[in-house]
Design a protein around this ligand. Structure first.
Ligand code: IP8
Length: 257
């Protein structure tokens, strides 16, 4: 087996973001198939999409404890919903013959953002983790995004070759909002001074959208690890990105600053 590749399966990609708890089974199975086709050792981190963001938003879970609001039942629901989504993913991986084990962050992580604490778990086969509601020593609890989790796996795991984001509906980071973009608006190679007009659906998304991904990608690249963002609706692109073959997408070249 060759090097380690960390892959984020975007929540908007694997679910219908606007319909509560609806998974996109076709995409999940195409990504699980990709996982079975590579000889790389994978760490897969999946997002929440409509299994996490809608209820987390309603319960203001990213803000921590709010007096007078019954958030405990919502935390329990979101955690349960995330397990439901994860179960579909684990089943799809198993059906494709992938030896995978899941480590829910609620069991091992505390805090949120890039500096969350907890030792990153690893399985001898494919390691699976997801964005989750975690305990936090300051505000009681918070939302740990999969984008922060992948950054830490990419930076801290020995032998990591690259980080790949499989994202929803776009070929990578675009200079202008997707509804105004032409194919030429794809940012193929990221530079530290790159500017773009990221749209963030803050009405449904409790974490940071494309901007958080760009920030974390730049951070990982600054540690000397290449990052690729590709359209997850094209399984071949996801596989090519994992294997390090040329692919349409946004590339964050590694630098050791
Ligand atoms: O979709 C968010 O994770 P993300 C996790 O990776 C929850 O940002 C529970 C909303």
């Amino acid at each position: 087996m060759s090097g380690v590749v960390v892959v984020k399966w975007g929540g908007g990609l694997i679910t219908d973001k606007e319909r509560l708890c609806s998974a996109n089974s076709a995409i999940i199975s195409s990504l699980a198939k990709v996982a079975s086709q590579t000889s790389k050792k994978l760490v897969i981190v999946h997002g929440a999409g409509s299994f996490g963001h809608l209820k987390a938003k309603a319960g203001r879970l990213s803000e921590g404890e709010i007096e007078g609001l019954d958030q405990q039942s919502i935390i329990a629901e979101v955690r349960e919903d995330m397990l439901l989504l994860n179960t579909q993913i684990m089943e799809s991986l198993a059906m494709n013959g992938v030896d995978a084990e899941v480590f829910p962050p609620r069991d091992w992580a505390k805090g949120f953002g890039a500096d969350f604490s907890g030792e990153l778990p690893h399985h001898s086969g494919v390691t699976v983790v997801f964005g989750d509601v975690v305990d936090d020593s300051v505000q009681g609890f918070g939302i740990l995004s999969g984008d922060d989790i992948v950054a830490r796996y990419a930076i801290e795991t020995p032998g990591v070759e690259r980080l790949v984001f499989a994202i929803d509906g776009v070929d990578g980071i675009l200079r202008v909002p997707p509804n105004e973009a032409t194919p030429e608006d794809l940012i193929e190679v990221w530079a530290p001074d790159t500017e773009f007009e990221g749209v963030h659906s803050s009405n449904i998304d409790v974490t940071g959208g494309i901007r958080l991904k760009a920030d974390r990608s730049a951070l990982v690249a600054s540690h000397g690890i290449e990052v690729l963002m590709v359209n997850g609706e094209h399984p071949k692109r996801v596989l090519d990105a994992i294997e390090g073959r040329p692919v349409r997408g946004t590339r964050f070249p590694p630098s050791n600053s």
